[in-house]
Structures are given as C-alpha cells and as structure tokens.
Design a protein around this ligand. Structure first.
Ligand SMILES: Nc1ncnc2c1ncn2[C@@H]1O[C@H](COP(=O)(O)OP(=O)(O)OP(=O)(O)O)[C@@H](O)[C@H]1O
Ligand SMILES: [Mg+2]
Length: 220
C-alpha cells in the first residue's frame, strides 16, 4: 500500500540540542516522487532518517497517511518501517559475512514463517534483475557498485509502498546509474510507490516529479 506524506513543523536536533534540520512544510501525494539535493552537510540524510522514523530528538509531524511517525515508540516505528518503507542507506549497511541473497532477504529472518519464502524469492528476483548472482561469495569483497545493488534489492524485497534512498547511484558507473534511475522512476510511475531520493545525480533528479533543495539545515 502506498501512502501520502505530510510533514509539518519538523525539527530535528542533535543529541546536544542543536537544530540540525528545520522543515516547516512538505507534502507529497501517494505514488509521487521527490528528489532532495543540496551541498554536503545540508541535512539531506537527517531528513531522510526523520521521514523513516529513524531519527531521535524530533518534533513536529511526519505523517504517512494516518500515521504520525514522530509520536510512536521505537518498536511501533520499526513495525511501520517493516510494513511500509524500503530504505537504501548512504553507506549500504550490509552484513559482510553474508552473501548477497542473505543480505537482500535479511527481512526473512524476522518475518512471520509464512512470508519467508516469498521474501527470499522476491530478493532473488531483484538481485537477478540488477545483475547480481545470488549464489556467490560473501559481500565483503563486493565492489561499491555491487554493494549498492544488493542494498537496492534488500530495500525492495518486502515490496514496500514507500521507498527512501540516500545517494543510490553514487557508487555506480554512468550506465548502471542510468539503469537504476530508470528502474526507480518506473517503480514510482508504474508500481505506484512513493519515492524520495537524495542525490547529486542530475539524471536521477530529472526523473523525479519534484525536487527539494536543502541548504544549511532547511529549504533553500
Ligand atoms: N548526531 C549528530 N550530532 C551533531 N551533528 C550532527 C549529528 N548528525 C548529523 N549532524 C550534522 O548535521 C549536518 C547535516 O548532516 P547530514 O548527514 O544530514 O548531511 P547531508 O546533507 O546528508 O550531507 P552529505 O551530502 O555529506 O551526505 C552535518 O553538519 C552533520 O555533521
Ligand atoms: Mg548524507
């Protein structure tokens, strides 16, 4: 299921209380796509984490449909993420001791038994589509681009309605980056997923319905 986003009076602070990000208002319709750009340190990753319910010291509202992700407990936020959100982190956060399929299907470890096979085969299909052989060595020796593609497969394995990606094309060569940009845009346009992508990549940003520019912890 895909959900609209409605952010109001969002403020994210550092653990010491310094404001890192202030965003008075952001609206995105269900199934729409948004690019976020801005210089290093502008607050792009901070915003993406707040939208995923991963940030602490947050005030205001981050509403996905009827759920305000600022209010609930950590466990409730995790449950919402598991059901609705696919995340591609800036540093991928893969398990080096596991292979690509085990990484991409990591959600199967804590999913109910009757969903595990479906998750594994979805992860395997995504890997295949991204040109990664699922029966290979552990990801420890994978290149940056290969790790990135495993992270994309993992984000999509549970078929989330919302996809949040932090610099998803940064480690890819031009051709692979263009292919991924096209795939992400198609997921949103045809798959109806709400897509939010932090990027410096003009090709990727061009494919988004809208682009938000951040500077110094707020809209530019
Ligand atoms: N826990 C924290 N405590 C203090 N400052 C923080 C904390 N987390 C992030 N910051 C600061 O907040 C600012 C925004 O960080 P953020 O990671 O959101 O930037 P970014 O726009 O994603 O940059 P990049 O393009 O380099 O990834 C940075 O100056 C960063 O140092
Ligand atoms: Mg960042």
């Amino acid at each position: 299921m895909t959900l609209p986003l409605h952010v109001t009076d969002l403020m994210v602070r550092s653990p010491r209380g310094a404001p890192l990000l202030v965003l008075p208002h952001l609206r995105l319709g269900a199934g729409q796509s948004l690019g976020i750009r801005g210089p290093s340190g502008a607050g792009k990753t901070t915003l993406l984490h707040a939208l995923a319910g991963l940030a602490d010291h947050v005030s205001g509202q981050v509403r996905w449909g009827e759920t305000n992700l600022v209010a609930p407990s950590m466990a409730q936020r995790a449950a919402f993420r598991a059901r609705h959100i696919g995340l591609i982190f800036q540093d991928f956060l893969l398990f080096d001791e596991l292979g690509p399929l085990a990484n991409a299907a990591i959600a199967a470890l804590y999913a109910p038994k009757n969903q595990r096979d479906r998750l594994r085969s979805a992860a395997e299909q995504r890997l295949q589509g991204l040109g990664i052989n699922s029966e290979t060595r552990t990801v420890a020796s994978f290149s940056g681009g290969e790790r990135q593609r495993v992270a994309v497969a993992r984000a999509l394995a549970h078929d989330p309605g919302i996809l949040l990606a932090d610099e998803p094309t940064a480690s890819l060569d031009r051709e692979a980056a263009d292919r991924l940009a096209q795939d992400l845009a198609t997921l949103s346009r045809e798959g109806g997923k709400t897509l939010i992508v932090v990027s410096h990549d003009a090709v990727l940003l061009d494919r988004m319905d809208r682009v938000l520019t951040l500077r110094d912890g707020g809209p530019a």
